[in-house]
Structure formats: C-alpha cells, structure tokens
Ligand binder design. Sequence first.
Ligand code: IPE
Ligand code: MG
Length: 263
Amino acid sequence: MPAASHVTENLSEMPVPAGGDSTVAMPDRASLPRHVAVIMDGNGRWAKSRGLPRTEGHRKGAEVARKVIDQCAKAGLDQLTLFCLSSENWKRPAEELSLLMDLLHQYVISERPQIIERNLRFSVIGRREGLPEHVLDEIDRSIEAGRGNTGMRLCLALNYGSRAEITDAVRHIAADVASGELKPDQITDATIAERLDTANMPDPDLVIRTAGEMRISNFLLWQISYAELWVTSKCWPDFGTDDLAMAFRDYADRDRRFGGLSD
Ligand code: IPE
Ligand code: MG
C-alpha cells in the first residue's frame, strides 16, 4: 500500500472547476459526458413572460450559449453540439427569421475570439442551402479560425433536421450500391454513421433540453440512440451554470447499460 495513495497524477481524478459563477460542484472529470448536445428552447416564452419581443429572447439566448460553451470547454468536454436552428424553423414569420439570421451572423463573428482563446474546433451540421451567403461566409471563417485547434469541438446545428440528414445518407448509399461500389450486405451501422453530417464525431452521451418539452424535435435521431436525456422546465435564457453542473451530476449518477446488464 503506497504511503500517499490519495496523491494522484491521474487527470481523471482531479477536481473539475465549477466554471463561471456556478455554485454547484461538477462531478469528477472521469464521470463527465464526452459529448453533450443541447436543445435550446423557450427563447420566445422567456421574452413573452417579460412583455418583451421574441427577438429579445433570442438575444439573451445567444449570451447564455456563450457562457455554456465556456463552462463546457473549461470542464474539458470533448464536444458540445447546440441546436440553433432547425429545418422546420423556416415556418416562422419572415421578421423573426430575418432577426435570427442577423443574430447568427453577429454571433458567428463575435464567437471567433472564443474559438481562438479556448482552442475550440468549430463545425456546423445541417444544410447550407437556405442560409444567407453572408452568414455562410462568416461560418467558413470561423471553421478556418478553429482549424488545427485541439480543444473541445463546438458544433452548431444550423438549418438542421435529422430526417433530412438520414435521407441524404440513404441517397448516397443507394448511389454507391447502384454504381456497384457497395453491396447491400456490406451496409452496416458504420456505413450509415459515416455518411451523416456527424461523421467522425462521437455520439452524444447526454442531451439537455430546456423549456420542459419532452420531445426530441428531429434532432440527431440516429446519434442519440443511447444518450441520456435531461430536461429542465427553465427556458433557455434562464439556463445557468448551476443548471449545467446539475445536469452533469445527474448524468454521473446514471447507470448506462446500452441494453446490457449493470456490472
Ligand atoms: C428556441 O426558442 C430558439 C430557436 C428555435 C431559434 P424558441 O424560439 O423556439 O422559443 P419558444 O419555444 O417559442 O418559447
Ligand atoms: Mg420552441
């Protein structure tokens, strides 16, 4: 028995900083999810309950996203994926969509120093078609700014819909079969996974959803097969550093069996 068995060089046993102004302690690093995906919902309801225009909710939501990114990067997560705009959100009034695009444009620009400072790898999933050219240009600049970085992957789901993503993957596979490049019996889980926008990304371990809605809303349907779900009734603009720490603590206590049995 070594004399100082409590002394460890093992990073996984070192305490994780709570991050930001959180008063709730994070679980130890080894118990953290690798990849967290967030359905940020309730911006409109947050604004309405304060007698503000919906757009104010989106503005505040963008500030919260920045804080959460920072807290996750400090905690040492592998990946954070944020559902920013779904392919179904185009049904909204033109005025709100135009503000969302302005906000997204500003956001991607103002996020760049954080990408550099926090060593973030930046990527986007979803269809590019439909997003304005000036927004796509800034996205590409941010991807470029994060190239070669080695820290947390920050992935924004923009104009993203999981069924559309899977449909695109099926089309690619069908084309490969038609050209003789692939035989039907060679198609495996991996064949599908590597044709999704999330190819080379780990599957999410934890999905956080705000605004109390118990639904997945066409988000990463394939990838979250075994993810743990954590839902809070708080609207996204009210989501704070303590909420994230609580979600991580709950996750650390979950018994993940992947269809098998506990140890
Ligand atoms: C989420 O908040 C942000 C986006 C989908 C862009 P909502 O805008 O959906 O807010 P609610 O659901 O109307 O409260
Ligand atoms: Mg909503």
